[in-house]
Design a binder for this molecule. Structure first.
Ligand code: SF4
Length: 320
């Protein structure tokens, strides 16, 4: 990408939650990265890695505990009045569960038109419905679907409705929070292909959140890997697959199936010991050290620095 323009910047962003009884969940800790206009930035991590909390903090569903989010150069959590309304239009979210995220009592037309109504984007009822029909067509649904209710659709179709709803307000950036993980494998590729097509047509930027690396590679220009609330590695997607540096990324990649059966039989799988620790009391130093096959004494004593080891390839690990 020549002269990429930053659209979204997370700067030393942390989000903690205080539980009843006083314990603090450090869901996101000191995360910094930039998403550039027109790209797809894949954010990968196991459940409990903080990736969804991060996504929700970026879109202002949560206030950050510390750090900053900038969208088109403006501090998102300081926006008020018309600037805040503009932000709510320009950044949209597609949710993981297409069953829970659509109001079962609303028709598809009303779901899709919600943002159009809130932001006053249609001058008449006729124009509103024309927009709804056009959006349905864009996502591969039919005009006659407009009067139906969410329960009348399959999971893949519901996700298309969620996508139409997000696109209705003509956003610049869409945060897709595990948009395909609740869908059948056969449907996943269709939804990803739709997202890719829409990106080209509408010049969208995506932050694509996922828990496995297989589909993310296909859609992402760059990939960030999260572990227990922190970003541990970030690189171009081809680079991260060819040369994963962080032991956690190496383990995640070793679990991705290879289409070549001969290679698939002989490849080495890295099986991590134990479960992801609790973000209430994360390990000292490197948070991955309790499961890392290369852990050294320094890993318990010092938090590894976030370093750029090659142009555009960042990693937080004492091995580098
Ligand atoms: Fe493993 Fe140490 Fe690197 Fe952490 S810093 S990933 S424990 S080698």
């Amino acid at each position: 990408m020549s002269n990429p323009t930053p659209i979204l910047e997370a700067e030393r962003l942390s989000k903690h939650f205080r539980l009843r009884g006083g314990a603090v969940v450090r869901a996101v800790e000191d995360v910094s990265f930039v998403v550039y206009e027109g790209e797809t930035f894949g954010l990968v991590g196991e459940s409990g890695s903080g990736k969804s909390t991060l996504g929700r903090t970026l879109i202002r569903l949560y206030e950050p505990t510390s750090g900053r989010v900038r969208f088109l150069g403006e501090d998102v959590h300081r926006l008020r009045g018309p600037a805040l309304r503009r932000f709510h239009r320009q950044m949209q979210m597609i949710f993981q569960d297409p069953y829970a995220s659509l109001n079962p009592r609303m028709t598809v037309a009303d779901i899709v038109a919600e943002g159009i109504d809130i932001h006053g984007l249609a001058r008449s009822k006729k124009e509103r419905m024309e927009r709804v029909y056009a959006l349905l067509e864009t996502v591969g649904l039919l005009p006659e679907h407009a009067g139906r209710f969410p329960h009348e659709f399959s999971g893949g179709q519901r996700q298309r409705i969620g996508i139409a709803r997000a696109l209705a307000v003509e956003p610049k950036l869409v945060i897709a929070d595990e948009p395909i993980s609740a869908l059948d494998v056969s449907i996943q590729a269709q939804v990803v292909n739709l997202l890719k097509k829409l990106q080209q047509e509408k010049k969208l930027t995506y932050l694509f959140i996922a828990h496995d690396l297989s589909m993310v590679r296909y859609i992402s220009d760059r990939i960030g890997v999260m572990y227990l609330g922190q970003l541990v590695e970030l690189a171009g997607s081809d680079e991260i697959y060819a040369r994963p540096l962080h032991p956690y990324t190496q383990a995640l990649l070793s679990a991705v199936p290879i289409p070549d059966p001969a290679k698939e039989r002989t490849r080495e799988r890295i099986v991590l010991a134990g479960d992801i620790p609790s973000p209430i009391n994360p390990p000292s130093g490197c948070r991955f050290r309790t499961r890392c096959p290369h852990a050294m004494d320094v890993c318990a004593a010092q938090v590894p620095e976030w370093k750029e080891v090659e142009p555009g390839h960042h990693v937080a690990c004492h091995l580098y």
